[in-house]
Design a binder for this molecule. Structure first.
Ligand code: FAD
Length: 450
């Protein structure tokens, strides 16, 4: 018998139970299929496409050639499976709302020809929906989820299979589309080897004091594993096993962050509508402003608030932003500019190389106060205070806002207070104290129903 291994966001050989299942189901040949779905491959420059093209090239080279096909997966997976007489098609389960729906459609089409779609594992240590409260409903609060998630446990990571009987259907493979990197952006390293190497380096150098260092964007000592997790170049189970062997405070703090990624995936699975709608629907009633020049200034990193501009410029330059700064720029968009979080989340999805529907939308909703287990709305980040606390010497601001490189530290987060502010850097587009009051007024209106 032969089988098809349909790859999506799981481009790796290590710790890949779906691939083992494909080998078991197709000892005479496994087709390494990747479908370039037209719905996700648009024209123009996109961070994700550019990164994915490199990743696919890298993975294809490693296995001696992926079978690439352009088109609608419902038609193409079936066509390839029938072409090679496959008796099963294997995937690592996709839990995004659109991905899960697509897989159900493919499953139905295959079933008409008696070919099962076999889901083995997912990109999570504990797949969404696996842990629930005693009454069977999903968790809405992180801490009890975290406890149940830990109690649930996970499989031991698996080695890469020694030998895969890869099978390439006759007729050759389609070509990858061209993808240009957005202007001025440098993409991070890609591929399974890069992911494993970065992980080993982080474990050696930085995990020990992760618990304290993770909040400081200047020294930049987080793992930058998000992009590798996003595209499945490494499985979180592999990482959790390494962390468990360390038994340090830093390792425990890091495992907790991985659990956050799993929590948000679980919440999105429970409430697919929360991808673009308010998780807490009360916030639909809030008064928001229409996006205009302020949104443009935010996107361009020209708001006149140094830490906000630094973050937005890092996003453009690297397709990645430090977590603390993601919170600060998101809070500024929602609570200083009074815009709906979806405007910011959409921009993040367009530019982030680690763009992940669950972590991004729920990261935004957490900041906006409308998410599950969210930060209370009235706790409004002051971007200047945040800057002084988490970037005390202005290292981060100076790196990303060259106009402020030589400003004395005491003014680096408030350059407008200088008698002679640096030329070329804009004054703040809003007065934070005033906008804070306005935000609280709007919140009060939905809270009291006035
Ligand atoms: P590390 O600090 O090294 O963390 C290790 C891993 O833990 C990360 O790679 C990630 O998988 C996970 N993690 C850490 N913090 C969080 C968190 N708050 N929520 C969920 N998972 C977390 N993360 C994404 O992967 N994709 C996104 O699109 C995304 N959008 C975000 C948007 C906003 C507004 C906010 C506040 C956070 C967002 N995050 C997102 C979470 C977090 O900012 C990133 O995971 C982190 O900055 C990635 O860098 P790192 O790998 O160096 O993190």
């Amino acid at each position: 018998p032969t089988s098809v291994m349909w790859f999506r966001t799981d481009l790796r050989l290590h710790d890949q139970p779906a691939l083992q299942a494909a080998i078991d189901g197709g000892p005479d040949g496994v087709v390494p299929l990747l479908v370039l779905d037209g719905r996700y491959w648009g024209p123009g420059a996109s961070t994700r496409q550019a990164y994915l093209v490199r990743l696919i090239e890298d993975f294809s080279e490693r296995i001696g050639g992926l079978h690439l096909v352009h088109g609608d997966p419902v038609a193409e997976v079936l066509r390839v499976a029938r072409q090679v007489d496959a008796t099963s098609v294997h995937v690592s389960a996709d839990f995004t709302p659109m991905g899960a729906e697509r897989d159900r459609d493919v499953e139905e089409a295959l079933a008409e020809h008696d070919i099962p779609l076999v889901r083995t594992g997912s990109s999570y240590a504990v797949s969404p929906g696996r842990v629930s409260k005693d009454d069977g409903s999903g968790y809405r609060v992180f801490t009890p989820f975290f406890r149940a998630w830990q109690d649930h446990g996970w499989r031991r990571p698996a080695e890469a299979p020694a030998d895969v009987p890869w099978l390439r259907p006759p007729g050759g493979t389609d070509r990858l589309p061209e993808a240009t990197v957005p202007d001025g952006m440098t993409l991070p390293p890609h591929g399974e080897e890069a992911a494993l190497a970065r992980w080993a380096e982080f474990l050696d150098d930085d995990v020990a004091d992760y618990a304290t260092a993770r909040d400081l964007p200047g020294p930049d000592r987080t793992s930058r594993m998000s992009v590798h997790l996003k595209w499945g170049a490494i499985h979180p189970r592999t990482m959790l096993a390494d962390l468990a062997s360390l038994r340090s405070e830093g390792a425990a703090a890091y495992a907790r962050e991985l659990a956050f990624r799993e929590f948000y995936a679980d919440v999105l699975h429970q409430r697919p509508d929360s991808a673009f709608g308010y998780y807490n629907r009360a916030f639909e009633q809030m008064q928001y402003d229409e996006p205009g020049e302020d949104l443009e200034a935010w996107r361009a990193g020209l708001t006149g608030i140094p830490i906000v501009d630094a973050g937005m410029r890092q996003l453009r330059a690297e397709g990645w932003v430090h977590n603390r700064v993601r919170m600060i720029v998101a809070s500024f968009l929602v609570k200083d500019l009074h815009l709906e979080w979806q405007h910011g989340a959409r921009h993040f999805l367009d530019l982030l190389v680690d763009a992940d529907l669950a972590s991004n939308q729920h990261g935004w909703q957490w900041v906006a106060g409308s998410g599950t287990d969210a930060s209370p709305y009235f706790r409004i980040f002051n971007p200047m205070t945040q800057g002084k606390k988490f970037d005390p010497d202005g290292q981060y601001v100076r790196r990303w806002v060259p106009e402020l490189a030589d400003v004395p530290t005491r003014h680096v987060h408030t350059p407008w207070e200088m008698s002679d502010p640096p030329a070329g850097y804009p004054p703040p587009i809003v007065d934070h104290a005033e906008e804070r009051r306005e935000s609280l007024r709007r919140y009060d209106a939905i809270r009291t129903g006035r």
